[in-house]
Design a protein around this ligand. Structure first.
Ligand SMILES: NC(=O)c1ccc[n+]([C@@H]2O[C@H](COP(=O)([O-])OP(=O)(O)OC[C@H]3O[C@@H](n4cnc5c(N)ncnc54)[C@H](O)[C@@H]3O)[C@@H](O)[C@H]2O)c1
Length: 468
């Protein structure tokens, strides 16, 4: 993470609220200090204070001095030599702004003199030296899902605070496991529908960055519930992005899919500029969202699009309707793996754990590197033909039979994808293999955690069909 410079977090009292928010986002301190023309400190404004003012109707073109906190926590020259006093001040800082890393020191004339990293103060207080620097507050819409629950756990482990907004479409069993595992620390769950504007606005209170995973996921589910798919995958995402932009929440990460490449006839890796050839409403709704988000980009709003490979592996909210998970479950439970259309189609794969890491990379990357960018998310080593996936499962589940039907596959998707951009720009590298996931899922399927692997809650289309 970049060292924050004093000059970057000072702003003149005549600057606009919008300019102040740009500085806050760019330099990562989550606040700016406001000075007059003589450089005397007048006060400070934090991102959450600005957002509260915006939602109460303030004009962001107005002066920052209109919403000034005149008593920010700072270190005055007289206190610097007194360790007891320094500790007291820092404790107050952590209480008011969890995750703070720096404190502003002022000279005798109340002019900012230095931005001190808390580490340099040799504090004895509980927060010193801890990995609190990331303590940002992240909203994950759709965070109770297959990817969302894994991402929640990884974010909390990395020191973030997480809020989930999810309608619990497939039940809350996954989220309950997350809350239990984290001892309900640094996680807050709002059960609500992302299609409701006031729910969205409530969920955005005090949030630093947003990840939108909420969707009707998969071609069959969208085909079966088209209205729900359009409302959730496109319209609700648009409303969420609009609400973020209005409240000056800059970083917005959107879960798209490699399904946007649809049916490609060439055995050639497709990069982010390849033509899109969607074969389903699911893919079209994701493309519409990508386009609307990118068109909203401006100096204070930074959408980031992640086109993910097909995911696999264990999650607290398990899905057995994803190719590797389905094949593993069928091999373990039915001793049979079915492949249609000869299994010649290409599919890029990625473990759900690695996918979650890609989101963290995007949260932590300098904004200028990711703003308005589209990334394919996966691994160059994990473009597979369906038949090869089946053979792998077959080898790792002894006693299973491989049944290959030559008849045409009713899933026409066929794409081999290039991940050079994310590997190069964000140094993203998948760490987990398909083999490891198959072994791990075998244990889960045979264990006691999942009572009935055929329960509709593990299959999006089955569950939606039975419930709505
Ligand atoms: N799983 C994959 O292989 C894969 C691949 C590429 C892209 N994606 C994308 O990743 C995201 C997450 O997928 P997943 O596999 O975790 O799916 P999932 O179905 O497990 O999770 C989606 C979550 O969104 C929630 N949700 C749906 N409608 C909502 C609404 N109106 N309001 C609030 N919450 C709502 C659901 O309750 C669910 O918890 C999706 O956007 C999906 O398109 C997934």
């Amino acid at each position: 993470m970049k060292q924050v410079q004093l000059k970057n977090i000072l702003i003149k009292d005549v600057a606009s609220i919008k300019e102040a928010m740009r500085n806050i986002d760019q330099f990562g301190l989550r606040m700016v200090f406001v000075v007059d023309k003589n450089n005397t400190l007048l006060g400070a404004v934090s991102d959450s204070e600005v957002r509260k003012a915006i939602i109460k109707g303030i004009d962001i073109k107005g002066k920052i001095s209109n919403i000034l906190n005149k008593n920010p926590i700072i270190l005055e020259e007289k206190d610097r030599k007194n360790p007891y006093q320094v500790n007291k001040i820092i404790r107050e800082l952590y209480e008011r702004m969890p995750g703070s890393e720096y404190i502003l020191a002022v000279d005798k004339k109340h002019r900012p003199s230095e931005l001190i990293h808390l580490r340099e103060l040799n504090l004895k207080s509980r927060a010193s030296g801890k990995k609190t620097h990331r303590g940002k507050h992240i909203l994950i819409v759709g965070g109770a899902g297959y990817l969302g629950t894994v991402l929640c756990l990884q974010l909390i482990k990395s020191g973030y605070r997480v809020r989930v907004l999810d309608s619990m479409l497939y039940g809350d069993y996954g989220m309950k496991k997350v809350v239990k595992q984290t001892k309900n620390k640094n996680i807050e769950v709002i059960v609500g529908d992302a299609r409701n504007i006031s729910t969205l606005v409530r969920a955005l209170t005090d949030i630093d960055a947003v990840i939108n995973l909420a969707a009707i996921v998969g071609d069959p589910a969208c085909k079966d519930k088209p209205e729900m798919a359009i409302e959730t995958n496109y319209l609700a995402n648009k409303a969420l992005a609009d609400a973020c932009k209005y409240q000056q929440i800059n970083r917005f990460i959107y879960a798209s899919t490699c399904s946007v490449y649809g049916q490609s006839d060439e055995d050639k890796e497709l990069d982010e500029n390849a033509p899109l050839n969607p074969v389903s409403l699911y893919a079209r709704s994701k493309i519409q969202s990508e386009e609307s988000l990118l068109s909203m980009k401006d100096e204070n709003f930074s959408p980031i699009i992640l086109r993910m490979s097909t995911l696999y592996g264990y999650s607290p909210r398990m899905r057995f309707d994803l190719v590797i998970n389905t094949m593993t479950k069928d091999a373990v439970k039915n001793k049979q793996i079915n492949v249609f259309g000869g299994g010649k189609h290409w599919r890029p794969l990625l473990s759900v754990d690695d996918a979650a890491q890609a989101y963290i990379k995007c949260l932590e990357a300098p904004l200028e590197k990711v703003k308005g960018e589209v990334f394919n998310v996966g691994s160059s080593q994990q473009n597979y033909r369906i038949i090869d996936i089946a053979k792998m499962v077959h080898t790792l589940v002894p006693g299973s039979q491989l049944m290959v039907e030559k008849s045409s596959d009713n899933d026409p998707r066929n794409y081999m994808v290039s991940f050079a951009k994310i590997e190069k720009l964000l140094k993203f590298k998948a760490r987990h293999s398909v083999e490891r996931a198959i072994q791990q899922m075998k244990q889960v399927i045979l264990g006691t955690e999942i009572e009935d692997v055929n329960h509709p809650q593990y299959y999006n289309i089955k569950y939606l069909n039975e419930t709505f």
